[in-house]
Ligand binder design. Structure first.
Ligand code: 13P
Length: 237
């Protein structure tokens, strides 16, 4: 399956970061990455400004969130249609940092459905916290999240497994744990859905993670902010 190397910039950057796709292209020209997809998800404010620079660098563009409704009185929110019209083809939904703010599986499923209706591919995020992992319930909790967060009838989506305790901590799941979890996820999502691993993916561990069975790419936070480290991870795919 074609790997997807996705950068989630979270709440980082400014308008000067519009130049980053060109910097990436200089480090790793499109001819060297024909076998994989590179995606950048900047803050939604920068999506429209990055559409041209991403297109020129053969980099896909995504949002970090969208609202469930097509339009309406939702101050501060962005709809999937807006994401699409600004030039993005993907949208992250259900990131644990948003779930921590109260987003439920049901909310995530509605957002994924809204995105799908607009032809925007949802990247549906799931992952357990440390207590759940230590209690040995990680697989059942993630299974429940997937069952409730992937909307019925939506087939074009990406599933991102991000153990919460590995995000921004420098800790990663062991290759055996990733392999076991991704096998469970594969059983749920079927053979065609790309399954990403996320949580402290860095150049130093990328090869090991990306060569694990049923890992079809990575969702990268901190290491996606510098194009050198994003390119180094992409080279490992
Ligand atoms: P880090 O790579 O900084 O751990 O973040 C992972 C993440 O949350 C990507 O969505």
């Amino acid at each position: 399956m074609r790997p997807l190397i996705a950068g989630n910039w979270k709440m980082h950057g400014d308008m000067s970061w519009v130049e980053k796709p060109a910097a990436f292209e200089a480090l790793m020209p499109a001819t060297e990455r024909k076998h994989l997809d590179i995606l950048i998800c900047p803050p939604s404010l920068f999506i429209a400004a990055m559409a041209a620079s991403c297109h020129e660098a053969n980099i896909l563009l995504g949002a970090q969130n969208c609202h469930r409704a097509e339009s309406g009185a939702h101050t501060g929110e962005v709809s999937a249609a807006m994401v699409k019209s600004a030039g993005a083809e993907f949208v992250i939904v259900g990131h644990s940092e948003r779930r921590a703010g109260g987003e439920t599986d049901e909310n995530v499923a509605t957002k994924a459905m809204a995105a799908s209706k607009q032809g925007v591919t949802p990247i549906i995020c799931v992952g357990e916290n440390l207590d759940v992992r230590e209690e040995g319930r990680a697989e059942s909790v993630v299974t429940d999240q997937i069952k409730a967060s992937v909307p019925a009838g939506v087939t074009d989506y990406v599933l991102a497994y991000e153990p919460i305790w590995a995000i921004g901590t420098g800790m990663t799941a062991t290759a055996d744990d990733i392999k076991a979890m991704h096998a469970v996820i594969r059983g749920l999502v079927g053979p065609k859905v790309r399954i990403l691993y996320g949580g402290s993916v860095k150049p130093v561990n990328a090869k090991k993670i990306l060569s694990t069975e049923n890992v079809n790419g990575a969702l990268i936070g901190g290491a996606s902010l510098e194009m050198e480290s994003l390119a180094a991870i992409a080279r490992a795919a």
